[in-house]
Design a protein around this ligand. Structure first.
Ligand code: ATP
Ligand code: NCN
Length: 220
């Protein structure tokens, strides 16, 4: 019998800061899809948004603290080690090179991020390297967008089996992760207002923020 193909996910984000909706989704996907590894990749210079007020190094440190002792989830600094805008295309190409042609490579996107996919750098080329797995996100506002449909309509599959049948090239809507109306924006606002963020992130991340005085009253 042949070996099952390696299953790899790339879960990128600004992670400013990492929170439990990111973490819970990553763990649930690892288990539900039998993923060998989930690369959680902080964007160094996030495309299509203003520069985060917290450094890449601090965002990576918080991610590492959050993932300590979590099998299968890796804090991946490859975008921080790269110059220039953190295009996902480059990250996926590098993961494809690392894992080989037959690996199943998935890029995980929350629905809000997916709805802007057509505006990304070379969006069609993403599918040369990976599938896209869309996870639900409360309060993401959907409107019909022809440019997005033109990009993804012919790539949609309706089951995980169909997705995993090939190494890359398809889109699947996975609506099974636990829905949590949590955002890093709201967390930054809560901290700037001097209120508690307990239970919205692992205690070690909360302690790091506190110790380093991040997201204080004058923060964006
Ligand atoms: N509550 C959530 N539920 C599902 N997906 C989420 C959630 N929060 C973030 N994501 C997804 O995680 C990825 C990284 O998100 P990001 O780091 O930008 O966090 P965020 O909470 O959206 O931050 P911000 O509020 O600063 O935009 C994106 O694909 C995003 O859609
Ligand atoms: O490559 C692009 O053009 C591109 C444009 C927008 C977002 N992304 C990536 O999408 C992921 C989620 O982005 P964000 O802004 O929601 O943190 C993160 O890994 C970003 O680098 C990538």
């Amino acid at each position: 019998m042949s070996e099952p193909e390696t299953r790899v996910a790339m879960f990128g984000g600004t992670f400013n800061p990492i929170h439990i909706a990111h973490l819970r989704a990553a763990v649930e996907l690892r288990d539900a899809l039998s993923l060998d590894v989930v690369h959680m990749v902080p964007a160094h210079l996030p495309p299509h948004r203003s520069a985060p007020g917290v450094s890449s190094e601090d965002r990576l440190s918080m991610l590492k603290l959050a993932l300590a002792d979590t099998p299968g989830l890796i804090a991946d600094d490859r975008e921080i080690r790269r110059d220039g805008p953190s295009w996902s295309l480059d990250t996926l190409a590098s993961l494809r090179k690392q894992y080989g042609h037959q690996a199943r490579l998935l890029m995980v996107l929350g629905r809000d991020a997916f709805l802007k996919l057509h505006e990304w750098h070379e969006p069609a080329a993403l599918f040369d390297h990976a599938h896209i797995l869309v996870i639900g996100r409360p309060e993401s506002h959907e409107a019909h967008c022809q440019a997005l449909e033109d990009l993804v309509a012919s790539r949609r599959v309706d089951s995980l089996d169909a997705l995993m049948a090939s190494p890359c090239g398809s889109v699947f809507d996975y609506d099974q992760t636990t829905a949590m109306a949590i955002s890093a924006t709201a967390i930054r606002q809560t901290l700037a207002a001097g209120r508690s963020v307990r239970y919205l992130m692992p205690p070690a991340v909360e302690a790091f923020i506190d110790h380093n005085g991040l997201y204080g009253e004058s923060s964006p």
